[in-house]
Design a protein around this ligand. Structure first.
Ligand code: GLN
Length: 247
């Protein structure tokens, strides 16, 4: 499984979001709450950020461990943004370790990440994938479960679905076909952050003018709140995130 983190709030350096005693960088080699889904998150990583309000995001992804990329360390200290999505990947057995399989996946203003696995992939969700336009299937980011999930979410966003609705619909459709899947999804447009919990960890840290959703807390701040399983969380900076039951 992987680890991911989404942030909305005042502009901060990316380094401040991945640091911390148990931050995402540490979680790449010493995650605390993988729930039996892998050991380290060393099969690549990615960060997406919004360079200016209203601008489409910029991405930086690599197929190496986050700790091994000296360029990321320097970039993370220099890049500041009001909206960031970071992900570290632990590839599921049989799936390729390539840059294009690393989250965040992106289109237009959207950034997307998946933390988990689709059981029985690809057969279990082949019928669901067949509902996508053929060109979407021909241009998948990578031959992985996460890329198919992104294509399913993106298809719903293109037809006008709200971010939370798009995630919920895809989680329920996949879980129906592949019940033991782990489907922690995360999606942002730079203003709204939506995420699901489906058999994996997620915590919220809401400040007066910011919000963080992360697979694991980056420190011992008692304000971190775990999200119950099978929830959809929708958050904006400075408001209390709402969590609703899925399914
Ligand atoms: N199934 C995912 C992959 O191989 C596993 C990584 C993750 O948790 N997103 O890409």
């Amino acid at each position: 499984m992987c680890r991911h983190l989404g942030y909305l709030g005042p502009a901060v350096p990316v380094a401040g979001l991945v640091g911390g005693p148990r931050g995402l960088l540490t979680q790449t080699w010493a995650p605390a709450d993988m729930r039996g889904g892998g050991t380290v998150n060393a099969d690549g990583f990615g960060v997406g950020w919004y360079p200016a309000p209203g601008a489409d995001p910029v991405r930086y992804r690599r197929a190496v461990p986050m700790w091994a990329d000296a360029s990321f360390a320097s970039l993370a200290g220099a890049v500041t943004s009001t909206a960031v999505l970071v992900a570290a990947r632990s590839a599921t057995v049989g799936m390729p370790v390539v840059e294009t399989a690393c989250a965040p996946f992106a289109e237009g203003r959207w950034l997307f990440s998946h933390n988990g696995v689709v059981r029985g992939w690809p057969d279990s969700v082949a019928d669901l994938a067949s509902t996508l336009p053929t060109t979407d299937l021909m241009t998948l980011d990578a031959p992985t479960d996460s890329a198919v999930l992104w294509a399913l979410v993106r298809h719903r966003l293109r037809t006008g679905a709200a971010p939370g609705d798009a995630l919920a619909e895809v989680v329920l459709a996949v879980a129906d076909r592949a019940p033991d899947s782990r489907l922690n999804l995360m999606l942002t447009d730079g203003t709204t952050l939506a995420a699901t919990t489906w058999w994996h960890s997620l915590s919220v840290l809401a400040g007066p003018d910011s919000v963080v959703l992360a697979s694991e807390p980056w420190d011992d701040d008692p304000l971190w709140t775990p999200v119950d399983d099978r929830r959809l969380v929708v958050a904006t900076a400075g408001t209390t995130p709402s969590a609703t039951a899925l399914g």
